[in-house]
Design a protein around this ligand. Structure first.
Ligand SMILES: CC(C)(COP(=O)(O)OP(=O)(O)OC[C@H]1O[C@@H](n2cnc3c(N)ncnc32)[C@H](O)[C@@H]1OP(=O)(O)O)[C@@H](O)C(=O)NCCC(=O)NCCS
Length: 152
């Protein structure tokens, strides 16, 4: 595991672009073992390779240290726009510096500008990394549950 950076770094956020992809993949590789949210142990969808327009990265200088990957969806039949978070990850060496919260704020601001009315994300009910973090950021259980059928 990477060592924690001692000094509080100057962190900037911006919309993710193509040059951030390798940094995002590096974070994904680094988060292993108990540091990895169980929701992302075996993701249902590949989250890299889609549209990156709604994704936000945090950077320390040139290094990508955090990412929220998301997408916008138009909701039928009401025609409202919502946002989905596909993945959230902070480089293990940079966790605990407020980067997760900063990224969430930047993502929210960006989604609002794009006309989104709400943000959704999926978590396993017993994920003790992701669930409490999102709850601390104002997320509550949706009135919908997800249904699925295996057709393989
Ligand atoms: C959960 C995660 C996003 C938190 O990011 P972070 O940058 O370390 O969190 P922050 O420093 O912004 O935390 C801010 C606040 O949230 C709290 N917090 C952080 N993680 C928390 C958690 N899991 N549960 C409850 N609170 C949490 C902190 O205590 C802090 O509160 P405070 O300001 O009152 O002290 C980060 O731990 C992470 O990326 N985990 C791994 C996710 C993963 O597996 N991704 C894989 C795909 S890349």
């Amino acid at each position: 595991m990477a060592e924690k950076n001692k000094a509080t770094p100057k962190i900037t956020t911006r919309i993710m672009n193509e040059e951030d992809i390798s940094g995002v993949l590096d974070i994904d590789k680094k988060i292993r073992g108990p540091k990895r949210a169980i929701t992302y142990a075996d993701p249902v969808n590949d989250y890299i390779g889609g549209v990156v327009g709604i994704s936000v990265v945090a950077r320390a200088g040139d290094q990508v240290v955090g990412v929220i990957m998301g997408r916008l969806v138009n909701l039928f039949p009401h025609g409202t726009t919502g946002a989905w978070i596909e993945v959230l990850g902070i480089d293990p060496g940079w966790q605990g510096h407020g980067i997760g919260v900063k990224l969430m704020k930047a993502f929210e601001t960006h989604c609002r500008k794009k006309g989104a009315h709400h943000i959704n994300m999926l978590t396993l009910p017993h994920d003790d990394i992701l669930k409490p973090f999102f709850e601390s950021q104002g997320f509550t259980a949706s009135r919908f549950i997800q249904l699925e059928k295996n057709i393989a």
